[in-house]
Design a protein around this ligand. Structure first.
Ligand code: NAD
Length: 475
């Protein structure tokens, strides 16, 4: 109740600030000049508004940019409960506690403080390299974290001076539009700038295509699965692609087994296994296999027997459409609670159950496919080398994320070299690779095939060099 009141008061204050600010700046009725606080019916309108916003933004100070970024971080933090609930209500995948947390932690996404300039001085003077904006960026976001990806992208991209047009996943478009409205309204109140973020209200594959082709878009940033990653890589524009993963975990005989089990459950259960970095299959050596499975059971896992596993597998995957193709994932089960998956096969699990798990072999489709649901297959391996080779095979060279639990530095090195993944986590849950329980900063767009890695404000910049000849070296 108190929270609701606080939120209502904040909204009123924002509206008043907007109106006060606008007396000297623009529309007197507290409404934006065009669109609905950044939400537009067509791609052309969204791009035009973002271009006009870019022309204004490039004339404003870094301090104003910082204010805009702060608005996004603050709203994500302070309104996380409401926005997280709205996202879950709309997408119907994942977990409320994690939907909320994914918004609260947007404050860990780097903004203006990450920017820098480089300088070199010598006999021929001083040369400065500055990291300049591209202009209008076209961004595609996934349903698995609709608003968090959008918000994280905005923090990075606006910090580096760009404006953005979003084409969200159609199943997460309502919450994405709501976020854009709230961000723009607050940014306008704080800075007078409009439409730094624009979005297509009813996104489709056609509107995505229009963004890919639009002359007003300077750079594409795509976060999603194999289809959209391929489409972006084939585009004529420069694209930064945060593509799919199927992160394997190797556990060898030297691992701290309780720590490994707790970390696997924590990572795999996060938002019901929707994270692209989330643990998707485990390769554990025979010497500790049974011990590990017992520990997973003690840490929130519920073990299925062979028959139950076969039943769930049949529900979760249809046969490939063509011989040798991918098993077809049942989207109805994606992001559902472990208890819901269990109930589908007539099993009741304790209330605290985080994941379901079982021993399988590699022919079970849960091993090669990115299931995005809280069932984890555990495959028994002869030794660490065998486990590492299987991990390499089933990561499919996405070069996204891999994880090892081991105290053997040699095994870590062999796996790190072979996997060649963007994130390689040792002795922790997958989130440690994004600074959550490990060192480093957070982003929801991890650029994998195009190589930029965990994106940050500098990812969305062009380098510009400014050379002063023969002067300004001052010693
Ligand atoms: P998805 O591929 O179904 O959709 C992602 C976005 O692409 C949506 O906006 C969708 O409308 C659009 N899209 C899909 N096909 C398209 C096409 N041919 N042309 C243009 N646009 C197209 O993925 P999803 O289910 O929303 O998200 C989950 C996937 O995203 C998983 O594969 C996951 O690994 C990946 N992902 C990767 C990262 C990363 O940082 N690398 C982050 C989050 C999710």
């Amino acid at each position: 109740m108190i929270q609701a009141n606080e939120q209502a008061i904040r909204q009123v204050v924002e509206e008043v600030l907007v109106q006060l600010g606008e007396r000297g700046r623009g529309p007197a009725n507290g409404k934006p000049k065009s669109g609905d606080w950044g939400v537009f019916p067509t791609v052309d309108q969204a791009v035009d508004a973002a271009e006009a916003a870019f022309q204004k933004l490039r004339q404003t100070s870094l301090a104003e940019r910082a204010k805009a970024v702060e608005c996004v971080r603050r709203i994500c933090h302070d309104e996380a409960d409401e926005l997280g609930r709205l996202e879950l209500d709309e997408t119907k995948i994942g977990r409320l506690d994690h939907k909320i947390e994914k918004l609260q932690i947007i404050r860990l996404v780097p903004g203006i403080e990450f920017l820098r300039s480089d300088a070199v001085s010598g006999d021929h003077g001083l040369t400065v390299t500055e990291y300049a904006p591209f202009g209008v960026i076209g961004a595609i976001t996934p349903v698995t974290h609709s608003l968090p990806t959008l918000a994280g992208n905005v923090v990075n991209m606006v910090a580096s001076g760009n404006t953005v047009v979003f084409n969200p996943h159609p199943s997460g478009a309502r919450i994405a539009c709501e976020g854009v409205r709230r961000f723009n309204r607050a940014i306008h109140a704080a800075t007078g700038l409009e439409n730094l973020i624009t979005i297509v209200e009813q996104p489709t594959l056609e509107t995505a295509e229009q963004i890919f082709e639009h002359r007003g878009i300077r750079l594409l940033v795509v976060t999603g699965g194999p289809g959209v990653a391929r489409a972006a890589l084939a585009s004529k524009k420069r694209a930064i692609v945060a593509g799919p993963g199927n992160p394997p975990v190797v556990v060898d005989e030297t691992a701290d087994i309780d720590n490994a089990a707790a970390a696997i459950v924590k990572g795999a259960a996060y938002d019901n296994n929707l994270l692209c970095i989330g643990e998707k299959e485990v390769f554990a050596v025979d010497a500790i296999f049974n011990q590990l499975l017992d520990a997973v059971g003690r840490n929130g896992g519920y073990r299925l027997n062979a028959q139950q596993t076969a039943q769930l597998t049949k529900l979760a995957f249809g046969p490939p459409e063509k011989p040798g193709g991918h098993a077809v994932l049942n989207r109805e089960l994606v992001g559902k609670d472990a208890a819901v998956l269990a109930s589908q096969i007539g099993v009741r699990v304790p209330a605290a159950t985080q994941i379901l798990f079982a021993e399988t072999d590699t022919s079970n489709p849960f091993v090669p496919e990115e299931q995005m649901m809280p069932f984890i297959p555990f495959v028994r391996c002869r030794n660490a080398q065998h486990g590492i080779e299987l991990a390499h095979e089933f990561e499919h060279n996405f070069r996204h994320t891999s994880i090892i639990h081991s105290r053997n530095v040699r095994n870590m090195t062999i796996m790190g070299r072979l996997m060649d993944t963007t994130l390689f986590v040792k002795n922790g849950a997958c989130m440690a690779g994004l600074g959550l329980g490990g060192e480093g900063y957070l982003s929801y767009s991890i650029a994998t095939p195009t190589g930029e890695g965990v994106t940050n404000p500098l990812t969305f910049t062009r380098q510009r060099r400014c050379a002063m000849v023969d002067d300004l070296r001052i010693f």
